[in-house]
Write a protein that binds this ligand. Structure first.
Ligand SMILES: Cc1ncc(COP(=O)(O)O)c(C=O)c1O
Length: 448
């Protein structure tokens, strides 16, 4: 069964030969925050699939919305000036939910496609606005923005570039915000923020701010290690971008739709983006959908470009699929009617309390929590901030042990990341973190 189930698939983000030896995982069904594999073993999925199943695996309202939409109109596209009623309603609801900060929505089928689209839109707008040199994009170390050519070029994660002849030469790379790992000895958080924001400004000034189209950034970096920004970071970055005349594109493929407790991730930090990219949680993962929400300036520029070139020469068949749109509408209703902000505030409180309990383990250097995101930084010597030799793959071993014990987490190097469904109760948080504690302790005993 193992061979039959896995040989035909070229898994993404996987080392195939190792993975085949180490028993792949095939999931048959799910309920609440739990999933069951084809052999009947049950797991708590503390990663919500791939950071996307925000309402768990059995939400009847979303399932009913999809079923009803399938019987009304199972297929249509959002192109050539036509769309489905569900897609049109969803666009209006997203714009209203943003307080009309955004004036149009471009629909895609994934996060990568949303990011790729916004890059093309920025370039098209630059050409139409008579500022054709504005093609550079500022992006941060450890950032993750998807895997298509442009989106992967933005990545600050080496395995997204190695062997792919990437990045394409349009990026200006600036520091991530990761106080625990990157601060100098004795440097306070404020001094650290001053330093990295100063470096960011220098790099942009060296590249030429007049040639920069935008900065694309996640409000909280997810796949880069759940890097919760220091308090002063976003205010200082926002001032710097505004001084330099550089717009912000907020990549909220993970941070949107309640993951940080707010509908949009930019709201949590008071950011002022000209565009937002979303996917994953927009449908709580129940159907593929991505979108770019565009402010009035960009919307007008793209309309001008379409007029100039005769058409907006960009689009896709599955972007804005009617069933995905119906699910996204049900998800938006759930956000308000089920008080997701209140639930996520409780989740954040219980996650933080439980995760801080791990700090007594000698190999836990730092724990990080915000909204429904959490991470543990595993270190060979936590006090001296000495990392493990990467060759020992400690993070991978802890994740494998957790899986053995019935818990799904993500190893990002020696960071163990979690993104549990937003419906996770305080009791389930205790269960998750106690399994994680056992996985770290057992790995420490056996392997470290
Ligand atoms: C911030 C961010 N942007 C974009 C993407 C790409 O989304 P997708 O996997 O739907 O292409 C991801 C995926 O994890 C992401 O975390």
């Amino acid at each position: 069964m193992g061979d039959l189930a896995t040989e035909p698939i070229l898994y993404s983000f996987t080392d195939h030969r190792v993975y085949r030896r180490e028993s792949p995982l095939t999931i048959a069904e799910g309920e609440g925050i739990r999933i069951r594999d084809t052999s009947g073993k049950e797991y708590v999925d503390a990663l919500s699939g791939l950071w996307h199943a925000n309402l768990g695996f059995s939400d009847t309202e979303l399932i009913d919305a999809a079923t009803a939409a399938y019987s009304r109109l199972p297929a249509f596209a959002c192109a050539l000036g036509r769309t489905s009623a569900e897609t049109e309603l969803l666009a209006g609801e997203l714009i209203a939910a943003s307080g009309r900060r955004f004036s149009s929505v471009y629909f895609a089928a994934s996060g990568s496609e949303a990011v790729e689209s916004v890059l093309k839109f920025l370039w098209l707008a630059a050409n139409t606005n008579g500022t054709p040199s504005r093609k550079l994009v500022v992006t941060r170390d450890s950032g993750f923005h998807g895997t298509t050519l442009g989106a992967a070029s933005l990545a600050g994660i080496p395995n997204q570039h190695a062997g792919f002849d990437l990045p394409l030469p349009f990026t200006v790379r600036v520091p991530r915000v990761h106080y625990y790992r990157d601060h100098l000895d004795g440097e306070t958080q404020d001094e650290y923020v001053d330093r990295i924001v100063r470096i960011t400004r220098q790099r942009i000034e060296e590249a030429g701010p007049e040639d920069v189209a935008a900065m694309v950034a996640e409000p909280v970096m997810a796949a880069g290690g759940v890097l919760v920004p220091c308090d002063g970071y976003w205010p200082a970055m926002s001032r710097t971008l505004s001084d330099l005349g550089i717009p912000l594109v907020s990549d909220e493929v993970v941070c949107g739709f309640g993951r940080l407790g707010t509908l949009f991730g930019y709201e949590r930090f008071g950011l002022d983006p000209v565009a937002v990219t979303v996917a994953k949680g927009i449908t709580a993962g129940y159907a593929p959908l991505g979108a770019v929400l565009l402010g009035p300036g960009l919307t007008e520029s793209l309309a001008d470009a379409a007029e100039e070139y005769g058409v907006l020469g960009h689009g896709s068949t599955f972007g804005g699929h009617p069933v995905a749109a119906a699910v996204a509408r049900a998800n938006l209703r759930a956000f308000h009617e089920r008080d997701l902000p209140g639930r996520v505030a409780d989740l954040e409180t219980s996650l933080r309390a439980a995760m801080e309990g791990l700090l007594d383990l000698p190999v836990v250097g730092e724990v990080r929590c915000i909204g429904g995101l959490a991470a543990v930084e595993l270190m060979a010597d936590a006090t001296a901030r000495r990392a493990f030799d990467p060759g020992r793959r400690i993070g991978r071993r802890v994740a494998a042990k957790a899986r053995e014990l019935g818990l799904i987490v993500r190893d990002l190097g020696d960071v163990i990341a979690m993104c549990p469904p937003l419906i996770t109760t305080p009791g389930e948080v205790t269960e998750i973190v106690s399994i994680l504690r056992e996985a770290i302790s057992a790995t420490h005993r056996e392997e470290m």
